[in-house]
Write a protein that binds this ligand. Structure first.
Ligand code: NDP
Length: 335
């Protein structure tokens, strides 16, 4: 069983040298346990926070242990009555090829149906990132038909689900992404009404002009994934009583400071701004996953994936995700 462990903590930017490959035997199964062969590992921005020592909303990843991560795969051996070899399952197997799971632990392992939804989608559009988009949109932004919504990191796992969910509610949905190719993909394949490339803009003022052009009626709901200049630019275009769901601040994950340029706009425009962590809202997951699975099954949400091959490629692919080299959900294929 090949595994990737966290070897040392990053100072500033994370790098592949923070990780180490290790090969072990999988232990024999105890009663109630299941052996899962992973087909895909999910790489997600939250993992960057776990690499740091200081406590954030989650505990730091211990050194020398297998990196945390969502996985999908198949049961190869089972000593649990509810699971049998061949079952397709989703869990938190970590950065390794196989995992031994205590299947009775709440949320440890869930069977999934791959008839209408590809297995890998349970790590993206019909998984944690999809539910993240759903929660911020439905519970914080609370959109009405005809409103204008904006999302940053628009072509990523969360952003692409946000587009389909926003369109399903009759909204104008505008993305912000890095590069012309991502923006073309956003409009042509993800269903965005418009997409703004932030890269050519030197500052928030310049970017906010592009937001104004793409959102002639202003912005009613903003789903924030990035922070910094992008947040400043959209805040300048928020309508009175606009809602901002603060989901991520990836521009600061390597420790960059992210000052907010116009905090007074929260008062002046009577904005609601609320952060959230999707794993604290397990009560919405069934409803959200049902809607997301239906969007996929009906062809309204078919985002692309960026797939690295083999567990050895996980560290490099993870750093690529933090640098925007992925187009859509970043996965590692393990078989
Ligand atoms: P993505 O698939 O969107 O990948 C990350 C993307 O972020 C990159 O592709 C890149 O897109 C963009 N990015 C990276 N660095 C910067 C930068 N300096 N400035 C602007 N954009 C940058 O990841 P996810 O969809 O999985 O996650 C999106 C966000 O949602 C993250 O911030 C993540 O932390 C957050 N999140 C929060 C959760 C919660 O519970 N609150 C749960 C899940 C995710 P581009 O090339 O377009 O810049």
């Amino acid at each position: 069983n090949k595994q990737i462990v966290l070897d040392n903590r990053p100072v500033g930017e994370a790098s592949p040298a923070n990780f180490r490959l290790r090969v072990t035997e999988t232990p024999p199964l105890q009663e109630g346990q299941v052996l899962v062969r992973h087909h895909y590992l999910s790489l997600d921005p939250y993992m960057r926070g776990r690499m740091n020592e200081g406590k954030s909303y989650a505990e730091p990843q211990p050194l020398g242990e297998v990196m945390i991560g969502g996985t999908v795969g198949e049961v190869v051996e089972s000593r649990h009555p509810k699971f049998k070899p061949g079952d397709a399952v989703v869990g938190m197997g970590g950065w390794q090829e196989y995992s031994v799971v205590d299947a009775d632990q709440p949320g440890a392992l869930r069977k999934v149906d791959t008839t209408h939804v590809p297995l890998s989608y349970y790590l993206g559009a019909v998984g944690m990132p999809g539910v993240t988009a759903w929660y911020g949109l439905v519970k914080i932004i609370e959109p009405k038909a005809g409103e204008t919504l904006v999302v940053s990191a628009a072509t990523g796992a969360v952003g692409s689900a946000f587009a389909a969910l926003g369109k399903a509610r009759g909204c104008r949905v505008v993305g912000i992404a890095g590069g012309a190719e991502k923006c073309r993909y956003a409009v042509e394949e993800l269903g965005f009404d418009a997409c703004i490339d932030y890269k050519p803009h030197p500052d928030a003022h310049s970017l906010s002009k592009a937001v104004k052009d793409a959102c002639p009626n202003g912005v009613d709901g903003y789903f924030e994934n990035v922070g910094g200049m992008v947040l400043d630019a959209v805040m300048l275009r928020m309508n009175a009583h606009g809602r901002i769901a603060v989901c991520g601040m990836i521009a600061g994950y390597d420790g960059q400071p992210l000052p907010m340029a116009h905090p007074a706009l929260i008062l002046v425009s009577r904005l609601k701004m609320q952060g959230f962590i999707v794993s604290e809202h397990m009560e919405v997951w069934p409803e959200a996953l049902t809607e997301l699975a239906t969007l996929v099954a009906t062809g309204k949400l078919r985002p692309r994936e960026t797939i690295a091959q083999g567990i050895e490629s996980a560290p490099e692919a993870f750093i690529g995700l933090l640098k925007g080299r992925n187009l859509g959900k970043q996965l590692v294929k393990l078989i």
